[in-house]
Write a protein that binds this ligand. Structure first.
Ligand code: SAM
Length: 342
């Protein structure tokens, strides 16, 4: 059925010339394909290479299709009904790297969820095993039901999140309009959480169609102001990771940003690997084999305390990788350690 939806997609509009695109300032964005995935679990495992005119299957992300950059979907019924989600390839990496369990008793957190691209992706990877006949909002706390808690602190963005979840037909998600940092890891609802996705607010410096704007802004900012802004973001991001590490049963945490700055990426990861007392913490990085091993661009060795710790990290370079700029890391709990809940 979903394959049928893909076949109905229309490739609309012509293609702008490179000169026109350069003039309009979105030359880099124009080189990024449109990436499309189905919102619901159940996509047939084998989609032909040409599921719709001009489409191809992505080589790294299962069930992700790519179309030429100027393809428009906004009038397409499947897109309008929420069955298809337009999501940059790099932004699909975190949910795939987190690899949430598709078990009935799985308990997972998306700590910073709105507008909900990664939440709907997680829901689908968990096979969306909610209670049949209920919706996302009355499915909470049911014993032995799969739970994906999606936190969003901003009220307006929370509204967008709930709309996206409902359009995508997510049955296993409980959206929560709260600050993740105020969540008690020992609350009986959360003690069984095993996987956490953290995609917190960041500078957004990797987003291609904002690059020109950001470069201008950064030019106006002096070096000191820029460092101060990035350091503030990095402190908040580190706080979020440390909080996630307090959940007693959490075994896997993915931290991602759409920033190109090492301050928000490698430096935050480096700090999260040691505890407040500067001793090795209970988490280490997943191995490279465990984190999209076929992806070519990895972390920056010169920015890590141990250069070999860069290999398990993922970077996407705007303009070079047919994606926005992005960063993904994955922490796994060391054998035999449990949370100290400090
Ligand atoms: N993961 C989302 C997606 O793929 O659609 C994008 C997340 S966006 C980069 C970061 C979001 O985290 C924002 O909506 C922001 O309001 C929210 N946020 C920031 N700090 C938070 C906190 N402490 N608790 C919950 N949400 C938070």
């Amino acid at each position: 059925r979903l394959l049928g939806e893909f076949k109905k997609l229309k490739v609309k509009g012509g293609f702008k010339s490179n000169a026109e695109l350069a003039q309009s300032g979105d030359a880099r964005a124009a080189q990024i394909p449109r990436y499309v995935r189905a919102s619901l679990w159940g996509m047939p495992p084998s989609i032909p290479l040409t599921a719709a005119n001009h489409s191809a299957k992505d080589e790294h992300i299962p069930n992700l299709l790519l179309f030429p950059p100027q393809t428009t979907f906004h009038d397409d019924p499947a897109y309008k009904s929420g069955k298809l989600i337009l999501q940059d390839k790099a932004s699909c990496f975190p949910a795939v790297v987190l690899a949430p369990p598709a078990r009935k008793d799985a308990v997972v957190i998306d700590a910073t969820a709105a507008p909900g691209n990664k939440t709907t992706h997680l829901s689908s990877l968990m096979h969306n095993m909610g209670k049949v006949g209920t919706n996302a909002f009355c499915n909470a706390h049911a014993a032995n039901e799969q739970q994906l808690y999606a936190f969003e602190r901003d009220r307006k963005r929370f509204g967008t999140l709930t709309m996206m979840l409902s359009r995508a037909g997510c049955k296993n998600v409980e959206p929560v309009n709260s600050d993740f940092l105020t969540v008690d890891p020992l609350d009986p609802k959360f003690v069984k959480v095993t996987h956490i996705l953290l995609d917190p607010s960041c500078s957004g410096s990797g987003i291609v169609n904002r690059l020109d704007y950001l470069l201008e802004t950064e030019e106006e900012e002096n070096q000191e102001e820029k460092e101060e802004r990035l350091n503030k973001l990095a402190s908040f991001q580190l706080m979020m990771i440390r909080h996630a590490m307090k959940f007693p049963k959490v075994s896997r945490i993915v931290y991602s940003t759409c920033s190109i700055h090492a301050t928000e990426n490698e430096h935050v990861v480096r700090a999260a690997l040691v505890s407040d007392e500067a001793i090795a913490g209970p988490f280490h990085l997943a191995t490279q084999e465990d984190v999209l091993p076929k992806w070519h661009r990895r972390g920056m060795p010169e920015e890590m305390a141990k250069p070999e710790d860069a290999a398990p990290l993922i970077r996407c370079s705007p303009g070079e990788d047919a994606t926005n700029g992005f960063f993904v890391s994955c922490f796994v709990r060391k054998e035999g350690t449990s949370s100290t809940n400090k």
